[in-house]
Design a protein around this ligand. Structure first.
Ligand code: AIR
Length: 192
């Protein structure tokens, strides 16, 4: 399902309860630059809604101090939501969440085992430190961005309107596909 709903406002500053510069409202993190292709889907969706974002490669295991520093300082820098994608033993979202009370959305990535390893590592947080876990791979990256937009839209009527328009456009697209399918389907009764 296409997610770009005709919003071409990339880079437009939003009223996010902070200054209207290009201050990033969402941070998109990934455990390795090898995650970039999938995680860029999240950045694209954010851009299509005009939500400014920043991107960082941070590994919970390979660069733990950088991870802690980023998470501990994110709120102070104006970040509102953090998206963290990682594969294998994907502890990035959980470790980031342990250093901040900003909402953290984890995207499990398929870097082996079909992403099941990352899914469990991301989703199975102990009570007390939540991570919102979305689907494995591209669908997860897209939905992480949409979920972040939904969170920001709670305090932004313009963004909420764009989300509603996006949903309407998606529903219309489904109906269009159904009509196209009906046209190409065999006529009722078989055509024997
Ligand atoms: N990773 C990196 N540090 C900790 C983890 N879990 C993940 C990355 C990537 C995978 O390990 O998020 O999905 C493989 O990384 P690389 O750099 O070896 O390609």
């Amino acid at each position: 399902m296409p997610v770009r709903a005709g919003f071409t406002s990339a880079g437009r500053a939003l009223s996010l309860g902070m200054d209207k510069s290009t201050r990033p409202a969402v941070a998109v993190l990934m455990g390795s630059d090898s995650d970039q292709e999938v995680m860029s889907e999240a950045t694209k969706v954010l851009g299509s809604f005009g939500v400014p974002s920043e991107t960082h490669v941070i590994s919970a295991h390979r660069s733990p101090e950088r991870c802690r520093r980023f998470a501990a300082g994110a709120a102070r820098r104006g970040v509102k939501v953090i998206i963290a994608g990682a594969g294998k033993a994907a502890h990035l979202a959980g470790v980031v969440a342990s250093h901040t009370t900003l909402p953290v959305i984890g995207v499990p990535l398929d870097a082996g085992l079909g992403g099941l390893d990352a899914l469990l590592s991301t989703a199975q947080m102990p009570a007390g430190v939540p991570v919102a876990c979305v689907a494995v791979g591209r669908a997860g990256a897209v939905n992480a961005a949409l979920l972040a937009v939904e969170m920001l839209a709670l305090g932004d009527a313009g963004l909420a309107r764009r989300l509603a328009a996006y949903r309407r456009k998606m529903a219309a697209e489904v109906a269009k596909r159904s009509r196209a399918l009906s046209r190409t389907a065999a006529p009722r009764g078989g055509g024997r």
